[in-house]
Design a protein. Structure first.
Length: 190
């Protein structure tokens, strides 16, 4: 059994494919007997970091404290978000900044950073309007790689896998296939 935390990073409270994908992943994981928790950022309310000095201190916001407890509980963390302007929406990045405060993700020393979330794996499930192959080849998936390497890898998560779902404005049958594919990922907790 795996402890799976799904972070739905779509900022919109209304219907969105990302919300359906997050639910499908959870459904599959529960079907396979995995324990699950969900953080839906569209429903979260937390402050933005405004000063560099704030990053050095632990957060006092209860939403972020609970999220940090969920991250510690999880052995596998899944991020579901849309690609906006080549990367993750600012709400997801702001959430990660708040969670990382006070050296929660990594301890900094003279010899360099030491990831504090080692032993945990991650998956990013990313939706986009463009074909995913186009994003990988033409843009090098830089926005995705920035999160994988500079945030999750820095924190010690490994392996970090990604599932890119492109051309999401396609036919309903394609949406059903994408949702089933993500449900299968949940069953495997991968």
């Amino acid at each position: 059994m795996t402890n799976v935390l799904v972070i739905d990073g779509h900022p919109d409270r209304g219907p969105a494919l990302c919300h359906a994908l997050a639910e499908a992943y959870i459904e599959g994981a529960r079907q396979a007997g995995h324990e699950t928790r969900l953080i839906r950022l569209a429903d979260a309310n937390f402050p933005l970091l405004r000063r560099a000095a704030d990053f050095t201190t632990p957060p006092d916001d209860p939403t972020i404290q609970e999220a940090r407890n969920d991250i510690l509980w999880a052995s596998h963390v899944v991020f579901v978000f849309p690609l906006w302007l080549g990367g993750a929406p600012s709400l997801l990045r702001a959430f990660l900044e708040q969670c990382a405060r006070g050296q929660f993700f990594a301890e900094l020393s003279r010899t360099g950073p030491r990831g504090k979330l080692k032993g945990k794996s991650a998956r990013m499930i990313v939706t986009m309007g463009a074909p995913s192959l186009f994003y990988r080849i033409v843009y090098g998936a830089f926005g995705l790689r920035a999160i994988a390497k500079s945030i999750l890898g820095f924190a010690g998560l490994s392996p970090i896998r990604s599932t890119l779902l492109g051309a999401i404005e396609g036919p309903k049958e394609a949406q059903k296939h994408r949702i089933a594919r993500v449900r299968d990922l949940g069953i495997a907790a991968a």
